[in-house]
Design a protein around this ligand. Structure first.
Ligand code: FE
Ligand code: FE
Ligand code: ZN
Length: 303
């Protein structure tokens, strides 16, 4: 079977899922992830079912499976925060409904942030309470808790914390985990020994909960708690370690999504940005690091 790999793509109001599929195909992807609207706000437009059906047709022609499409919940919601708890819960219920309308059955969620020095166990309890309200529905959507770098007061920086949340969730078939390689590196998990990380994940959480992998290199050192993504092979994790994750036999059915930064170029004092995904995916398929990749992307785009 072909590698299940893709990237973050856009989802626009006018072209909907069809635009996202077209962008993914331009990168030769077999999976993709998107926000259903701007991640920093909650303005959302009605979904056009005709466009969605056209998208399905194009996916079918190109062997992209609906199971390998992921929605990322907006990062402005925070289930830890009691002050806008109802807002976060209601918005996430609407997001599940939108996923369901689109036929997408996985939604990645940042667990939350223990704001204003709140107790981490209370933060976790709030997340659990929120998830138990959100998941009490008939939508065919699983929420995948993302492993976090531990920047600021982020919850979910250890497998133990993720496990505590899962333990409290009543709907076990609707909860899972998204493992982000940059985040776990920054949280202190050393990807030089990925087998050991997977073993620990299996022991503490259970591999069956793993539903998505975010494949990113990191700009920062192991345990830095920073969360700044780097292009594949250009960071502290390195190409070989990321290849080990991507081609791990135990993870072959799990979609792998790149969230690496766009390549920038400044000429005439204006900045241009180019998506790296087509090139990074090709390099991953070749399993050979190209240390001229970034220059190549600039060159191929600028004329
Ligand atoms: Fe994320
Ligand atoms: Fe991520
Ligand atoms: Zn990140």
């Amino acid at each position: 079977m072909d590698l299940i790999i893709g990237s973050h793509v856009s989802f626009k109001n006018d072209t909907g899922l069809l635009g996202s599929v077209e962008e993914s195909l331009s990168y030769k992807s077999t999976a993709f992830m998107f926000y259903t609207g701007a991640p920093q706000n909650t303005n959302r437009k009605e979904i056009n079912d005709n466009i969605t059906l056209e998208a399905y047709k194009l996916m079918k022609e190109n062997n992209i499976d609906l199971n390998n499409i992921i929605v990322h919940a907006p990062y402005i919601v925070n289930l830890c925060n009691s002050n806008n708890f109802d807002f976060s819960v209601n918005f996430l219920i609407q997001e599940c409904e939108r996923c369901n309308t689109l036929g997408v059955n996985k939604m990645v969620l940042h667990p939350g942030s223990a704001v204003n020095g709140m107790d981490r166990d209370i933060a976790i309890k709030n997340i659990v309470d929120g998830l138990n309200i959100i998941l009490d529905n008939d939508y065919n959507v699983k929420i995948l808790l993302e492993t976090m770098a531990g920047k600021g007061n982020e919850v979910g920086k250890t497998f133990e914390e993720i496990k505590k949340i899962i333990d409290g969730v009543k709907f076990k078939d609707k909860i899972g985990v998204c493992l982000d390689t940059c985040h776990i590196n920054d949280a202190g998990y050393n990807l030089n020994d990925f087998d050991k990380i997977l073993e620990e994940f299996d022991k503490k959480i259970g591999l069956s909960y793993l539903g998505c992998i975010h494949v990113n290199d990191s700009k920062n050192e192991l345990g830095s708690h920073k969360d700044r993504h780097e292009n594949i092979g250009y960071g502290t994790i390195g190409f070989d370690n990321l290849i080990n994750v991507i081609y791990n036999e135990k993870l072959k059915d799990i979609p792998k999504i790149l969230e690496t930064p766009y390549v920038t170029e400044t000429d005439d004092s204006k900045e241009r940005v180019y998506p790296p995904y087509k090139y990074e995916i090709e390099m991953i398929r070749n399993k050979k690091f190209d240390n001229n990749l970034i220059d190549k992307i600039r060159k191929n785009n600028s004329n």
